[in-house]
Design a protein around this ligand. Structure first.
Ligand code: PLP
Length: 362
């Protein structure tokens, strides 16, 4: 195993975060979202860690295939539903449950005569304006589901909130009101909240919640970290120093010579770059922990390397461990400096970065 960049995945933290979400969601059932390679933590790793969830969810059929091939038999929801008869047949063969958000998916269900009974989640567009039936089209969609020749295993309804992470909840309340007006009297089970919804107002998130980010220990709110929500960061992204250079005052580092030493400096070169999924412009004030000490990044992040100013730090040499994010350097902070969000940093880690499980798989 390379001693260079790797993502250490704390599977106990994943489990603890599921327990924490359960506690906050107070009795609601939990759909653990493992799409996008388990938010970068590993699809199968995440699914196994969330064996205690009531259901798993992915965005794409390919992700469901990977999980079923790994022997994961849990109820599995396809959040974007299927596109075309081929995917539909495959979803049935994989025993998936489906979000249904458009008329073409209803037509596939109407033609279905196979043995698998899908649980269907009708999606209502309550204001996100991405996927889902608009309120005026929902009754017709619901009627078509009620008339299916092959009755579904269950019919439930869901919607997705656009601004649940924002302190002003006016838009969220409008979405909830629209959803309620649409489905309130039907007596169907509902699902509303993602991570932000769950932590912002746990009581208005329906019968099933759909956490993603929180399960990985990060916060969806700009002004709070995962630890503030009682969550534990599940990924520590580490690497090592591969060279240490003494740079006389005036020398530059890296492509474009964007940083120049304003004093005689020591610079550590670290094996981590955008080829691993890091962001090329990490932002002003970005730093990493080199041997446990904060060191500011200097120059541009390149494909395989980045550099940090370690002038005055003791004990830095080739092989010194580096933390790029993790418990001592929250991914939310790193993302904030780079002008992005923890979601994007976690999902962007490339296949080149080994995921190392702790504890190791049995
Ligand atoms: C990704 C996704 C979620 C999870 O969202 P988080 O913000 O990561 O908690 C929930 N529901 C749907 C429909 C999603 O696509």
């Amino acid at each position: 195993m390379s001693r260079l960049i790797r993502a250490l995945i704390d599977t106990r933290a994943l489990q603890a975060n599921l327990s924490r979400v359960r506690e906050v969601a107070a009795g609601r059932r939990v759909i653990a979202v493992v799409k996008a390679n388990g938010y970068g933590h590993g699809l199968v790793t995440a699914a196994r860690a969330f064996a205690g969830a009531d259901m798993l969810a992915v965005a794409r059929l390919e992700e469901a295939v990977v999980l079923r091939e790994a022997g994961i038999g849990a109820p599995l929801l396809l959040l974007e539903g299927v596109f075309g008869p081929e995917e539909f047949a495959q979803a049935a063969a994989l025993h998936l449950d489906l979000v249904v958000h458009e008329a073409a998916q209803l037509a596939l269900l109407e033609a279905w005569r196979g043995p698998w009974r899908f649980a269907l989640w009708l999606k209502v567009d309550s204001g996100m304006n991405r996927l889902g039936f608009r309120a005026e089209d929902f009754p017709a969609a619901r009627a078509r589901v009620a008339a299916l020749a092959a009755p579904p295993a269950a019919v439930r309804v869901l919607t997705h909130l656009a601004t649940a992470d924002e302190p002003d909840d006016t838009a969220t309340r409008a979405q909830l009101a629209r959803f309620e007006a649409c489905v309130g009297r039907l007596g169907l089970e509902t699902s509303i909240g993602n991570s932000a919804g769950i932590f912002a107002s746990p009581r208005s998130q329906g019968d099933w919640v759909r956490p993603g980010l929180a399960l990985y220990g990060a916060s969806p709110f700009a002004d709070r970290r995962g630890v503030d929500l009682g969550l534990q960061p599940a990924m520590t992204l580490v690497s090592s120093v591969i060279a240490v250079r003494s740079l006389p005052h005036g020398e530059a580092v890296g492509y474009g010579a964007t940083w120049r030493a304003v004093r005689d400096s020591r610079v550590a070169v670290i094996a981590a770059g955008y080829g691993d999924g890091l962001i090329r412009d990490c932002g002003a004030g970005a730093s990493v922990l080199v041997g446990g000490q904060r060191a500011p990044l200097v120059g541009r992040v390149s494909m395989d390397m980045l550099a940090a100013d370690v002038t005055g730090l003791a004990g830095i040499e080739v092989g010194t461990p580096v933390q790029l994010w993790g418990p001592q350097l929250p991914v939310e902070e790193v993302a904030g400096r780079a002008g992005t969000i923890a979601y994007e940093l976690l999902c962007s880690l490339t296949g080149r970065v080994p995921r190392v499980l702790n504890p190791p798989p049995a």
